[in-house]
Design a protein around this ligand. Structure first.
Ligand SMILES: [Zn+2]
Length: 410
């Protein structure tokens, strides 16, 4: 376990403003035999008043969090495939157009879901994916990938071998890396003087507005805001030149950075900073209200589960997501409340959910005999799911949702 008492970005002293309590590894699905050795840590977020960075105080060692057998393959989601095609097209059109022999690097390139759009066009590219079995899948598709951790040292090596990069990309990766200053120094080293660094991650403004506290779990060491990203990278000579809100992961932000003074700064940056000040994202009091909102959400969700209309009603969880681990453990949801969690991922089926030990069963168990209520853990895909499950509603089923508020909906 790695616990900090100082901000990972600016080194100012920080303190947790709340605790979600004893928490297992979010993706640590386990068998009954493994229960005695289940690992727990305290999930407690802090807000750095000095640089505005939202972060968790304790984090399990990476080897506890990123099991090879639970490797997440981005390309299994059709929705995410379309999203990354859009991301790649934005880079091709806005950054690479007209450049001679451009070079694109992606941090945390996974199975190549984004880089394949560059590879297909014959563009020089390099994926950096520390997870060896995931990188192997990318290499199998002809995508140049190395399995190392990115920082200043690797940036030197890449420059020596391939030259500087026109674009460095990252999606849902930066918020996982505790040594943000080390990565920022590597990006600064690797980027061409007229290059850009574009990344996206779940957005703090959405999390606070929606009380979507399930964004907070072991892998998400940071939840970024426009303000905290601008300040963290300014320390390494990189300027935030544009921001673009995204609907993915329940509300994300795409950030575009460039060497300071190399490009015009979009009005969207100033607008987003003003919006964050209006929302109070720079004020400690906002986080105390967030804590109260989390407690209220927890209370209402548990009252809802415990007093469902009608006797003997069946409740099934929908989607054994990493996010759901924070919800089940913080709220105290047990197999008495939720019969099982339906999930399409074979490796999770037949296991128990982390901490709460709710059985995970195949999706066919959900459709075979629809429950009366489905607790929507995968709420960030609500639109797609509710379209897909019209037969569940037609059979009289109802959804229990908790973001942005707790309610029962058809
Ligand atoms: Zn700080």
């Amino acid at each position: 376990m790695v616990a900090v008492s100082r901000c990972r970005v600016c080194d100012a002293p920080i303190d947790a403003f709340m605790s979600f309590g004893r928490m297992p590894i979010a993706n640590g699905f386990l068998t009954a035999n493994e229960i005695p050795n289940e690992y727990f840590f305290e999930l407690a977020p802090a807000f750095c008043g000095a640089c505005g960075m939202f972060q968790i105080m304790e984090q399990p060692e990476p080897e506890k969090m990123f099991h090879e057998q639970y490797a997440f393959f981005s390309s299994t989601s059709r929705h995410m495939q379309a999203h990354f095609e859009g991301f790649a097209n934005a880079v091709l059109g806005r950054v690479l157009a007209g450049r001679a022999d451009p070079f694109v690097v992606e941090l945390g390139s996974n199975d190549g879901i984004m880089l394949r759009h560059f590879q297909r066009r014959g563009i020089r590219h390099l994926g950096i994916e520390p997870s060896i079995n995931v990188a192997d899948v990318a290499r199998g598709h002809g995508i140049n990938t190395i399995s190392e951790f990115f920082g200043r040292k690797l940036a030197d090596d890449i420059v020596a071998e391939h030259g500087h990069a026109d674009a460095i990309l990252a999606a849902n990766v930066m918020c996982h890396i505790p040594d943000l200053p080390g990565v920022a120094a590597g990006v600064q080293r690797l980027l061409k003087p007229d290059g850009v660094f574009i990344f996206e991650d779940p957005y703090l403004g959405d999390m606070i507005a929606k009380t979507s506290y399930d964004q907070i779990y072991d892998e998400h060491v940071f939840i970024f805001s426009v303000n905290s990203v601008a300040r963290a990278f300014a320390m390494h000579g990189l300027e935030l030149i544009d921001v673009m809100p995204q609907t993915t992961h329940g509300g994300s932000m795409r950030y575009m950075l460039a060497p300071k003074g190399s490009r015009a700064v979009s009005a969207a940056v100033g607008d987003a900073l003003a919006k964050e000040r209006a929302q109070g994202l720079d004020q400690g009091g906002t986080y105390l209200r967030f804590k109260q909102n989390c407690e209220a959400s927890r209370g209402l969700l548990m009252r809802t589960l415990e007093k469902l209309p009608g006797k003997g009603k069946r409740v099934v969880g929908y989607g054994a997501t990493s996010k759901s681990t924070t919800v089940t453990n913080y709220c105290g949801i047990t197999p008495d409340h939720v019969e099982f969690i339906s999930d399409t991922t074979p490796i999770k089926q037949g296991k128990l959910s982390p901490g709460a030990h709710i059985p995970v069963r195949p999706y066919t168990e959900f459709t075979r005999q629809y429950p009366d209520y489905a607790l929507l853990f995968a709420w960030n895909h609500a639109t797609e799911i509710r379209e897909k499950e019209s037969a569940f509603i037609a059979a009289g089923g109802q959804w229990i949702v908790y973001v942005p508020e707790v309610k029962i909906v058809s």
